[in-house]
Design a protein. Structure first.
Length: 125
């Protein structure tokens, strides 16, 4: 009986540790899609790409960053060409990012050439 109870407690403990590990690895993804104004030059788009790409070195709360341009053959992008993923470990890290002076300076680079933006945030499962 004592061995069975010890084994049960070990299983419960292992399960709790595994659940905690899963929670600890979840990331908050901030997904940003851009549609640029018609006639925006390649040079101006490059300025936006470069400015966004500098944010991870300027804002320590950014846990991960990646981006790319649309290459879907489905033609369902509705004019959105660029997708950026900014990942955070917590809501509070995202809370630092949004009003951060470096992020706000980036927005000023973006504004003149932006037609539409779509933002979705989610916790990874």
């Amino acid at each position: 009986m004592k061995i069975a109870l010890t084994a049960l407690l070990a299983i419960i403990s292992f399960t709790a540790v595994e659940a905690q590990k899963k929670t600890d690895t979840r990331m908050l993804r901030h997904v940003v899609l851009f549609k640029f104004k018609d006639g925006t030059s390649a040079a101006d788009v490059k300025k936006v790409e470069d400015a966004f790409g500098k944010l991870p070195s300027q804002i320590k709360e950014i846990a991960a960053y990646e981006w790319g341009t649309n290459n879907s053959p489905e033609n369902l992008n509705q004019g959105f060409t660029h997708c950026f993923f900014v990942s955070f470990r917590s809501d509070s890290d995202r809370g630092v990012y949004l009003p951060h002076p470096a992020h706000l300076a980036f927005v000023e680079v973006l504004k003149p050439v932006l037609d539409k933006v779509l933002v979705i945030d989610y916790w990874t499962n």
